[in-house]
Design a binder for this molecule. Structure first.
Ligand code: UD1
Ligand code: MG
Length: 432
């Protein structure tokens, strides 16, 4: 493995090993601490079961803590050679990686403070988001308040980005270049864009939720696809200029996969624990961290297509055009044991405004919603605007684990297609 990869493979092996340790630690700590969390009031009812049992909530906090410990313990590994070189006076040619200049016949070694700063900013961003998540699980912070907090967590990343890359221009597709030029500089807007990605990613994972396992499987799929994308850059026959960014990304993704698989073990149908908002925010932020610092945030967007669809589809409820109940998860039919689309009821007194009514009926016609009208054409109920409910509208009632598997399968297909577009279509659109 160490030789297959471009650059230095040994820290990667350490990262893989830490990922394994993180898996075992998370796996056993979730079992031990479940009852403790319940005693502290962190519990929730599994709504889609015959026996409405209470389960420990917020177990993502354990995953996040183990993860943070793992990435902190990992810090010396990628810098090992630099540390040796810096402390040994830099005499050994083999270990010197960053030779600044030669003085009196000795190589003076400059420690890569920039790399360390970006690593630390990543840890800081992930710590802030975990705090927010735990706060939300404890106190149920209001939607409009918690929405912007990921943007604050991303400030250290944006500062490092500003200092390290400072690239704020986007490449214009070749056919448009005669009109717009080769590059278009977004300037400060580029930072607004990155902060928006930071807000979007954690929140979008949190609202594609409500059936056992789905929060974790969608995060694992994104992490695996990002890691796959990283390997494409590391396995090139020549050293790719982006090797460092993609190694960095793997250092953060491998332990993430470790803790996530452990969590999935307990959260998969029939769930024994819930992941809580902590996990959703934390997972979303891991993706933001690697993609901003690795300078591939646009690739991340391609991998978030199902989440983007779910968000855009949710807009009527998120912005109050259609009432939004506290929970929009699919409805459990106790008679069949299957999930059906959950609905928002309308009363004769409370009907949608005419343009909304027209839009709802149109969505129903094109099979993007299920609308029930009474004999006089008044709205009785409309299915809730989530991709999970929509899937049930299309596929009919499904068992909970079946629904989770189908949504995850769809996400893998869409994600692979996203990567294909990124690597193949980009060649055509941006050809030299
Ligand atoms: C988000 C969704 C909400 C959805 C909820 C489910 C939006 C705007 N919000 O809210 O519609 O109902 O996630 O997580 O789209 N639960 C289960 N089975 C599961 C997972 C969760 O029954 O597999 C229930 C449990 O009672 C658990 C609760 O959902 O305690 C957790 O909900 P929470 O994460 O607090 O909801 P939000 O993230 O605010
Ligand atoms: Mg949630």
């Amino acid at each position: 493995l160490a030789n297959t990869f471009q650059g230095d493979g040994y820290p990667l092996i350490a990262s893989l090993a830490l990922g394994g340790l993180a898996f075992s630690a998370t796996f056993s700590m979730i079992r031990w601490l479940g009852p403790t969390f319940m005693r502290a009031g962190l519990k929730g009812v599994d709504m889609s079961k015959h026996h409405k049992k209470e389960l420990p909530e917020c177990m993502g906090a354990i995953a996040a803590m183990v993860y943070l410990l793992a990435v902190i313990i990992f810090i010396p590994f990628p810098f090992y050679k630099d540390i040796v070189a810096a402390t040994s006076g830099g005499g050994n040619r083999d270990v010197v990686m960053h030779v600044e200049h030669v003085q009196e016949g000795r190589f003076l070694h400059r420690f890569p403070h920039g790399k360390l700063a970006s690593y630390l900013s990543a840890v800081m961003a992930l710590q802030s988001i975990s705090l927010l998540g735990i706060g939300d699980d404890l106190f149920d912070i209001r939607w409009r308040h918690k929405f912007f907090i990921p943007a604050f967590a991303s400030i250290p990343l944006l500062v490092v980005y500003f200092v390290d890359f400072g690239v704020t221009s986007v490449v214009i597709p070749t056919p448009l270049q005669p009109y717009l030029g080769e590059l278009f500089n977004l300037g400060a807007l580029y930072y607004v864009y990155m902060a928006s990605v930071a807000i979007f990613s954690p929140n979008s994972i949190n609202i594609l939720a409500g059936i056992n396992g789905i929060e974790v499987t969608q995060s694992i799929v994104i992490a695996l696809l990002l890691a796959f994308n990283d390997c494409l850059y590391l396995l090139t026959p020549y050293p790719h200029p982006a090797t460092d960014s993609h190694l960095f990304s793997l250092y953060f993704l491998l332990p993430f996969l470790g803790v996530s698989f452990a969590l999935l073990w307990h959260n998969w149908y029939p769930a024994r624990v819930f992941v809580g908002d902590t996990y959703c925010y934390f997972a979303g932020m891991v993706f933001v961290v690697v993609s901003i610092l690795g300078h591939f945030s646009k690739t991340l967007i391609l991998l978030l297509i199902p989440q983007i669809f779910n968000f855009v589809y949710s807009v009527p409820q998120l912005f109050g055009l259609v009432p939004c109940p506290r929970h929009r998860l699919p409805r459990f039919n106790a008679r069949t044991g299957l999930l059906e689309p959950s609905v928002t009821p309308w009363t004769p007194e409370r009907q949608p405004k005419p343009p909304v009514a027209w839009a709802l009926k149109t969505l129903d016609k094109v099979k993007l919603l299920r609308v029930t009208l009474d004999e006089e054409g008044r709205f009785v109920e409309t299915s809730n605007f989530t991709i999970l409910n929509l899937w049930l509208v299309w596929r009919g009632p499904l068992r909970e684990d079946r629904l989770a598997m189908e949504i995850t399968g769809m996400q893998i297909v869409v994600g692979l297609f996203g990567l294909f577009v990124r690597h193949r279509l980009a060649l055509i659109l941006f050809k030299q």
